[in-house]
Design a protein around this ligand. Structure first.
Ligand SMILES: NC(=O)c1ccc[n+]([C@@H]2O[C@H](COP(=O)([O-])OP(=O)(O)OC[C@H]3O[C@@H](n4cnc5c(N)ncnc54)[C@H](OP(=O)(O)O)[C@@H]3O)[C@@H](O)[C@H]2O)c1
Length: 274
């Protein structure tokens, strides 16, 4: 039995779908077990009362409460943990206190102390971050956000999930922390242009101040703390004028290239339509 936290989230959904399609037993943790819908055969479980009965592996993927869940898993004798961490851990040698790199590295270290079998997934910016533009794109053709020229290499959540499935079901990724990125470096302005070309609309990105952007992002992700947004905004600011980090880890592990940003937009086109 595999226990998946963050089961209704960006990575949780495709990861559970892939495990269920392979016939693997899955228990999905969510704060709303009565209403969250999962594929047939998947057990929904209240994340406030995680059930570790028969659980051999845990996917640690929530924006809050990860340490308590890890401690409970260790006490229950769970052997394997796959952590959803972040690329910034690999990028920042000397992470700032309270920032994303420090938060994720602390969780990685706790996992390494708790279980012998671990894999940390270190994805860069999710393509799914573009979903924060949905309300603006339903209302008009302009996206207002910070740092139009910030460049990321957006990764499709299904690629992160597919690597997670490998880490859960095989042994080849044990003790590894693969840095996972999409295949192309794209500025925010270019990402909005690609959304426009997939949707057949003429869209543009208009830069606003970092302060205004922080307020909007906090409203979109209530589970995260202010310092994490500050560190994310600094990350965007630092990325302006630089090539985005691109690794070949998705291809090494899955034997195929990562999906492009345009493929991600195509897969989520309905979300951007009225
Ligand atoms: N976004 C990026 O670009 C990026 C890049 C690298 C790493 N990461 C990391 O990836 C992880 C997942 O991020 P995400 O934005 O994709 O999250 P997400 O999948 O949207 O959220 C995961 C799930 O966690 C549950 N959850 C949220 N807040 C919670 C809380 N306070 N207590 C308990 N459960 C809670 C929610 O499920 P229920 O409502 O069903 O309970 C949610 O569906 C995070 O650790 C993030 O730092 C993100």
């Amino acid at each position: 039995m595999i226990l998946v936290s963050g089961a209704t989230g960006n990575i949780g959904r495709p990861l559970i779908a892939e495990l269920a399609a392979k016939g693997v037993k899955v228990r999905a943790l969510t704060r709303t077990p009565d209403t969250a819908r999962f594929p047939e055969g998947v057990e929904a479980c209240d994340s406030g009362r995680p059930d570790f009965d028969g659980v051999s592996a845990l996917v640690l993927n929530i924006t809050g409460g990860s340490v308590a869940l890890l401690e409970a898993a260790r006490a229950a004798g769970v052997r394997r943990v796959v952590t959803v961490s972040a690329l910034v851990v690999a990028e920042e040698a000397d992470p700032e206190e309270g920032g994303n790199a420090a938060v994720h590295r602390a969780l990685e270290e706790a996992v390494e102390a708790a279980v012998q079998e671990w894999t940390h997934l270190r994805p860069g910016a999710f393509a799914a971050n573009s979903l924060r533009w949905v309300p603006q794109l339903r209302a008009g053709d302009v996206v207002r956000g910070p740092y139009a020229e910030a460049r990321t290499s957006p990764i499709h959540e299904a690629d992160i999930a597919a690597v997670g499935v490998r880490a859960l079901l095989g042994d080849e990724l044990l003790g590894q922390a693969p840095a996972l990125t999409g295949p192309q470096g794209l500025t925010f302005a270019e990402q909005v242009e690609i959304i426009g070309s997939v949707l057949g609309r003429s869209l543009r990105y208009e830069e606003i101040s970092a302060d205004l952007a922080k307020q909007a992002m906090m409203a979109h992700s209530p589970g995260m703390r202010g310092e994490q947004f500050d560190s994310m905004l600094r990350y965007f600011a630092d990325s302006v004028g630089k090539p985005a980090p691109i690794t070949d880890e998705v291809e090494r592990i899955l034997g195929r290239p990562p999906r492009t940003y345009a493929e991600w937009v195509t897969d989520h086109a309905d979300a951007f339509r009225n």
